[in-house]
Design a protein around this ligand. Structure first.
Ligand code: C2E
Ligand code: CA
Ligand code: CA
Length: 567
């Protein structure tokens, strides 16, 4: 509801062109703080069509800031002719915008002239509710006190939840005092505001960005995966610093030095964590600015290794560093070779053979898995076709290729599979795709449709790592799969743990009721093999038969199997 307090006085300053200047946030108030005039730009900031004239100025101000604003305005005229303050003002949509005000008194006209500039955009209701003591007036960000409080809370949470990892980032604008001195405080302030907004944009809404004081900012990242997460955030921020900041008529190039520290048991106080991050930042500044330093050496190396690995991974395909290894899958009834699972290996020039357990998750994160997977499919199909032609006397072998969720969702998957089969001459009947249950997690219905489309090409589908994580038996009958691969963690202990044995038994019974075959992976011991045979499991795979081997070693296994069969 708009309350009308008073009719406008007749003698107002003319609606000068000044009032229509783009970006000028101006107001004229009478001596009772009733708004008499507003410039046009207010509409963009407050997003309102409604006229705020004749309303009391302080109605605009967040209730928690109101007392402070009234007090400051009260001083005007007594001792001062101008006052400056920051507060949060309510927008038409109920959110708040941080504004810094300059208000001066015109004694002759009995009016106040107020000008404002935006200090922080779009504070959420929650942030806007924070008492002023926790807010930095210029940027609208939480201040040091609130930041430390939140770090402290996170530490307490991490003590209870051992897997919770978090990081504190401390950053400072390089050579800020030079900018401030040469271009003036006003431009310096604008830069701080711009940087505050940039930091907010570069982080998730759940991360806390705070102004620690001066040109220094803090960021708290919660629930990170490892040391590479804060490094990624910092790199993203630094990328945003490449462009100059447009501050009034100045184009200002700036850079930021950053220190990172990771939460852990060595910290019992938020202060100390911040101090270490600060120390790391100082060391980044000492290296010329624009960079970052991780406080903990060990973590530093880990993060670097991951980032390095990611860089190397991008080049590995073109440098032909991947190799397909093959692990036999045998029919338990008579121990005959049925086919192979193709497993990727990375021949790193410096680090030797790198396990897929190390780089597949990375490749899934950055999307490279699609390229690696495409290569593996081509390689495995071509190899299997060569073996079939070379050993025509034996029943045709099959090859299983792993497919991660990201590949399954790729729109080109189906045409690519068809093309690969055509190009290599392998029949679809001899190709199996292994998918894990995790593909069902996002959108089970869609996953089922995709799997059905794959099935129409006549290849076989296997559900990999069955029993780990998401296992839900309820949808099993709906999945168009041919076989289940029981995860090796159950097979590993089944000869010594009754629980695992009965789990495998239940799965086998269920699978058979649904007309699906069972493959057990991780068979290492003859006792395990004997139990699986007793349960009626069709196929086995594991070190008992062979580790994954190169194509030429796999060929020896084919020859062996053929000789045994003809003996
Ligand atoms: P997976 O699909 O479960 O593959 C079986 C893993 O178990 C292989 O590890 C294999 O070496 C290992 N293994 C086989 N038999 C035994 C055994 O008797 N005992 C023990 N302890 N382990 C055994 P690998 O080759 O390191 O592969 C790890 C995972 O990486 C695979 O698990 C698969 O999820 C993924 N992966 C491998 N190659 C590819 C690929 O080409 N594409 C995709 N998307 N993922 C792949
Ligand atoms: Ca597999
Ligand atoms: Ca598996």
């Amino acid at each position: 509801m708009i309350q009308v307090y008073r009719k406008p006085p007749q003698a107002l300053p003319s609606e000068s062109a000044f009032f229509r200047l783009p970006g000028a946030l101006l107001m004229v108030l009478d001596e009772d703080w009733i708004i008499q005039m507003m410039s046009e730009s207010w509409r963009e900031v407050l997003g309102t069509q409604a006229d705020l004239r004749w309303r009391r100025f302080t109605e605009l101000v967040h209730e928690l800031d109101r007392a402070d604003v009234e007090q400051r305005l009260g001083h005007i005229g007594e001792a001062l002719s101008t006052v400056r303050f920051s507060c949060r003002c309510r927008k038409a949509d109920g959110r708040y915008v941080g504004l810094t005000w300059n208000v001066s008194h015109d004694v002759d006209q009995h009016l106040f002239y107020a000008s404002a500039h935006e200090t922080a955009v779009n504070l959420s209701e929650l942030e806007a509710r924070l008492p002023e003591v926790y807010i930095d007036g210029l940027t609208g960000l939480p201040n040091r006190g609130l930041f430390l409080d939140r770090v402290c809370h996170t530490m307490l949470r991490a003590q209870r939840r051992k897997d919770l990892r978090f990081a504190v980032i401390h950053c400072g604008i390089d050579r800020f005092s030079v900018i401030n001195h040469s271009l003036g405080n006003r431009v310096g302030d604008l830069l701080l505001i711009e940087v505050a907004n940039l930091l907010r944009r570069s982080t998730r809404p759940t991360d806390m960005v705070a102004r620690l004081g001066g040109d220094e900012f803090g960021i708290l990242l919660e629930d990170i995966r490892d040391a590479s997460s804060p490094v990624r955030v910092v790199k993203r921020i630094q990328e945003n610093f490449v462009l100059p900041f447009q501050l009034h008529e100045h184009e200002v190039f700036a850079s930021m030095s950053t220190g990172i520290t990771l939460g852990g048991e060595q910290y019992e106080e938020a202060d100390l964590m911040l101090r270490d991050a600060d120390m790391a930042m100082a060391s980044a500044k000492a290296h010329g600015g624009g960079g970052y330093v991780l406080f903990d050496r060990g973590m530093h190396e880990e993060a670097l290794r991951r980032l390095d690995l990611e860089l190397d991974l991008r080049r590995a395909l073109e440098k032909h560093q991947f190799e397909a290894y093959y692990q036999p899958i045998v029919r338990l009834k008579d121990n005959r070779l049925m086919g192979f699972e193709a497993l990727v290996r990375w021949n790193h020039p410096d680090r030797g053979l790198i396990s897929p357990a190390e780089f597949i998750p990375l490749a899934e994160d950055n999307g490279l898995i699609v390229h690696i997977g495409r290569w593996m499919l081509q390689e495995a199909c071509a190899q299997m076709r060569r073996w079939q032609l070379e050993y025509p006397r034996r029943p045709a072998l099959t090859v299983s290729v792993n497919l991660s969720a990201r590949q399954l969702l790729h729109p080109q998957l189906l045409p690519e599979i068809r093309r690969t089969l055509r190009d290599t001459g392998l029949s679809a009947r001899h190709l199996k795709l292994e998918i894990t249950e995790s593909v069902m997690m996002e959108d089970a219905q869609r996953a089922i449709e995709l799997l059905e489309a794959l099935k129409r090409t006549r290849l076989s589908l296997m559900l990999d790592d069955f029993g780990t994580g998401y296992s839900s038996l309820s949808y099993l009958h709906r999945l168009p799969i041919d076989a289940l691969k029981v995860d090796r963690s159950f097979v590993m202990h089944m000869h010594e743990r009754a629980d695992d044995r009965s789990f495998v038994e239940t799965i086998v019974n269920l699978a058979h009721k649904l007309g699906r075959a069972v493959v057990c992976e991780g068979v290492e011991l003859p006792e395990q093999e004997a139990l699986l045979r007793e349960l009626g499991v069709e196929y086995g795979q594991g070190y008992l038969y062979s580790r994954p081997v190169t194509a030429s070693q796999a060929e020896m296994l084919i020859i062996d199997d053929q000789e045994r069969a003809t003996d």
